[in-house]
Design a protein around this ligand. Structure first.
Ligand code: ADP
Length: 397
């Protein structure tokens, strides 16, 4: 069976076609500027030249129509007809407390996704648009929802409750949910394989360091804690998000800068983090370059970044009572050689010792700890699409 994996954002649609007989990727693609003049589709069929099509796409349905046309194109398509696509897996951000696992999407499931718009206003509406566009165009196959929040649903109240009046949890669903669950799931399972142990017998700390960043502490096959919370704003320093701050700052700056709640939301999500602190960029490569050229603000931004990550490693060591391995993944985690080295510096008291020569590696599955390190340090490229395809295949069969 071939599976189409769809990740619909507010103005983009990412897709992959995966052949489940050998889990090979037949094509990857990106539709950009959906609903904005100047839309483009970039389609990369395996082993062939990439194709770029420029064509205005007013909405997600038009975007998906073009994707399907491209997939069956005799020249650069990857299937003869859409009948070869057995099911569609949809990356969906927020499933609230309803889904601890992937599900076949029916009207009930769509209602839950819609009900979660209130707590995921940026992500769930485009996810839903992607689902509805695909259902309209492919009414005869199963559509499966794979939720970013699902893997973290094993957290206990001790880690998901905020010390706020209990009613806001009951009435407004204010609790910690966590995100990037599909990535934490994938790399933690790979890590168990690399340890040669059963997943249920491992203590693992995963570091998903991309433009958005989060960590998770995993024990007995369950997520014990994760750094993102009610929204993706909590936790680590990110490209443009502040991560953990004193919430008092929010009220203070709303007053000083005359911001309303929407403006404050934008300020802490889009103007803060590495970008705000350095004034250089939200891209880690730019920050490193500026810091290496003596830019003091970029140097401070990096130090604050490392500190947050180290703090969470310590936090999770305590919560797990030790740990078998830490796992670096996503853009920065897979590629940031110096970043990984700085994060692991002076952690030998916890049994974390990096082999700095082995660490000189990008985008490969590898153990970069010294022989005598009590804790393994893995670099594992994430693969959220494969998790989505596997879940979709399992549920569609
Ligand atoms: P997203 O959260 O958008 O999926 P990614 O996981 O693709 O993000 O990560 C993007 C981040 O990875 C960017 O900040 C980029 O600078 C960083 N990155 C990519 N390559 C390198 C590298 N060689 N060294 C350091 N950072 C890198």
């Amino acid at each position: 069976m071939k599976i189409l994996v769809v990740n619909a954002g507010s103005s983009s649609i990412k897709y992959q076609v995966i052949d489940m007989t050998d889990e090979s990727v037949l094509a990857v693609g990106l539709v950009d500027r959906v609903g904005i003049p100047g839309s483009t589709l970039k389609h990369e069929p395996a082993g062939k030249e990439a194709v770029v099509i420029k064509q205005d796409l007013p909405d997600h349905t038009a975007g998906m129509e073009l994707v399907l046309e491209v997939l069956v194109n005799p020249e650069y398509g990857v299937v003869k007809s859409m009948d070869e696509i057995g099911a569609v897996g949809h990356r969906t951000v927020h499933g609230g407390e309803a889904f601890a696992q992937s599900v076949v999407i029916d009207d009930e499931v769509k209602k839950v996704i819609r009900d979660c718009i209130d707590i995921a206003p940026l992500h769930n509406p485009p996810n839903l648009m992607g689902i509805e566009a695909c259902q309209k165009l492919m009414p005869n196959v199963k559509h499966v929802g794979v939720f970013d929040t699902a893997f973290h649903q094993t957290m206990e109240p001790a880690n998901y409750m905020y010390a706020l009046p209990y009613e806001v949890y009951e009435e407004y669903r204010v609790r910690r949910y966590g995100f990037h669950g599909t990535s934490h799931y994938y790399v933690s399972h790979r890590a168990a394989d690399m340890l040669g142990k059963k997943f249920e017998d491992c203590k693992i700390i995963t570091l998903h360091l991309g433009n958005g960043a989060s960590m998770a502490a995993i024990k007995d096959g369950k997520v014990v804690d994760t750094s993102m919370g009610f929204t993706p704003l909590e936790g680590l320093v990110m490209g443009t998000r502040s991560g953990d701050i004193d919430p008092g700052i929010v009220f203070y700056l709303m007053d000083k800068l005359g911001m309303n709640p929407a403006e404050a939301n934008n300020y802490f999500n889009k103007k803060s983090g590495l970008l705000g602190l350095s004034g250089v960029s939200n891209d880690m490569r730019d920050i490193e370059e500026a810091a290496n050229n003596g830019n003091a603000r970029a140097q401070i931004a990096l130090e604050v970044y490392y500190n947050h990550v180290k703090g969470y490693i310590g936090n999770y060591f305590a919560k797990l009572n030790g740990c078998d391995c830490i796992v670096f993944t996503a853009g920065v985690g897979e590629n940031g050689i110096d970043i990984r080295r700085h994060i692991c510096e002076d952690l030998d008291a916890l049994g974390i010792k990096m082999d700095v020569e082995k660490n000189k590696v990008r985008g490969k599955e590898v153990d970069v700890a010294t022989e005598d390190s009590r804790v393994r340090i893995f670099v594992i490229p994430t693969n959220e699409e494969l998790v989505i395809a596997r879940d979709t295949y399992r549920l569609a069969k």
